[in-house]
Design a binder for this molecule. Structure first.
Ligand SMILES: [Zn+2]
Length: 165
């Protein structure tokens, strides 16, 4: 048998606890791990952190992903770009529920799987927050209007499940 293909998890996959279920090598980026740690639902992390390899992608793969995202008109966050770049670099299976991430991955020929089969956009809600003054903002904000700091992304505490579609 061939060795198992490595798996790269984005933040949604980490929050869903997927690394606990997947055999073989499980990877994520430092940025994704930080997003999970910033979230209010990080308890699953303790169950699999021991088997998670945390790796930053090489800059040349980051560039390839950024160019493809631009070409497709996908407004990916820096974290999104890095996780796709890592999957490309490792020739890995990418686990994500983010349409933008999956769209770019698909265009680059990366094999991917969705973590959930239903209600993708209803499960995880993002918000931006200011690491300096701790204020929260809607996801489309990029810079803190109060203090000018570049905002970071995190999962909003309360998750609602919708049953449409
Ligand atoms: Zn601020």
């Amino acid at each position: 048998m061939r060795s198992l293909r490595p798996i790269v998890h984005d933040t949604g996959s980490l929050l869903a606890g997927m690394p606990a279920l997947m055999p073989g090598e499980n990877y994520t980026t430092p940025d994704n791990l930080e997003e999970v740690k910033d979230s209010n639902s990080k308890s699953a992390l303790e169950r699999y952190i021991y088997k998670l390899k945390v790796v930053s992608p090489d800059q040349r793969y980051v560039k390839i992903v950024m160019e493809k995202a631009r070409e497709l008109g996908e407004d990916l966050s820096e974290t999104d770009v890095k996780v796709v770049a890592l999957a490309l670099q490792l020739n890995a299976l990418l686990l994500s529920d983010d349409y933008g991430v999956l769209n770019v991955a698909q265009a680059l020929g990366i094999e991917w799987k969705s973590v959930r089969t239903k209600g993708i956009d209803g499960n995880i809600k993002w918000e931006k927050f200011c690491p300096a003054c701790k204020r929260s903002y809607p996801p489309e904000y990029k810079v803190c209007p109060v203090c000018g700091t570049v905002l970071k992304r995190r999962v909003r505490g309360k998750r609602k499940r919708r049953r449409d579609g």
